[in-house]
Design a protein around this ligand. Structure first.
Ligand SMILES: O=C(O)CCC(=O)C(=O)O
Length: 276
């Protein structure tokens, strides 16, 4: 991938969505400031230190993953509610979409390339189909050709049931500075790259799914009462929200009642929907 291929966040959202529809991904260079990166690293580095390497080929035997990341590194909240990422997801998914996964991935020297896959592949529906999710990979380190930059196959989100022969020839590496945002459709084929002799590569992947699907990570259980500390946007994304008329209800009521003592329901507000 060349610098000329990098997306400009100042372009109109319609143009970005059109590019995303054509290629299946967008790579925005350097969106996060040095201070934002440092605040995340200050929380994440000690957690990574205590985290064992992966348990299988997919996690990566020479890779560390930190799940339930909002619980371990709440400073990563800014990645979940980044306005550009949210705006793109809002164009590709239905209202009330949910946070499906949010985890750190640190790839060490000697890690081999991951299996080609797409993130919403575990929803077993025939292809082609629209994406069931939208994924981000936030580059907390610079992504280089040697340290495991994510590899993507442009246009693969339009494939049918079978991959074309020799599809790897068309793959590109998301080479980008620290603080960059890679966004891609949940049905785009990609993989974590190999780390061949480079320092560890740290990223956070933040993945949204349609509001009527089961989230990959059980966010509500992962965070427990800790969810109170997050913004209303993040609370809604983790599951303290209703997809009307009643997906997400708890005992016939809005789930926010569980963590917000001041929650005012629809009847009191005179609003028409049930369960809010
Ligand atoms: O770490 C990366 O670059 C991508 C990882 C990935 O695609 C995954 O684990 O699903």
């Amino acid at each position: 991938m060349r610098a000329a291929d990098l997306a400009d966040p100042a372009r109109p959202i319609e143009a970005l969505v059109a590019d995303m529809d054509r290629d299946g991904f967008l790579l925005f260079p350097g969106l996060l400031s040095a201070d934002q990166l440092a605040a995340i690293r200050a929380q994440l580095d000690p957690v990574l230190e205590a985290t064992p390497r992966g348990r299988n080929e997919f996690e990566g035997f020479t890779t560390k993953r930190v799940y339930a990341l909002l619980a371990h590194a709440p400073a990563t909240e800014i990645l979940v509610e980044h306005p550009l990422f949210l705006a793109l997801a809002a164009r590709l998914l239905e209202a009330n979409f949910l946070l499906s996964a949010h985890l750190a991935i640190q790839i060490f020297d000697g890690e081999t390339a991951q299996t080609w896959h797409f993130d919403d592949g575990f929803y077993r529906q025939p292809l082609p189909r629209p994406p069931n999710g939208v994924s981000a990979v936030w580059c907390l380190d610079e992504f280089t050709p040697e340290n495991g930059a994510t590899e993507l196959v442009p246009g693969s989100h339009k494939w049918g049931q079978n991959r074309p022969p020799n599809f790897e020839v068309g793959a590109v590496k998301a080479v980008a500075p620290a603080g960059s945002l890679l966004v891609f459709a949940g049905n785009l084929t990609h993989r974590g790259g190999a780390n061949v002799g480079a320092p560890p590569r740290l990223a956070v992947t933040t993945q949204f799914c349609q509001p009527w699907l089961r989230q990959q990570e059980n966010m509500m259980m992962g965070l427990g009462a800790g969810a109170k500390a997050f913004s209303p946007t993040v609370q809604a994304l983790i599951g303290y929200s209703i997809h009307p008329p009643f997906l997400g209800q708890v005992n016939g009521q809005h789930p926010l009642r569980l963590i917000d003592d001041g929650f005012v329901g629809s009847r009191r507000r005179g609003a028409p929907q049930p369960f809010v």
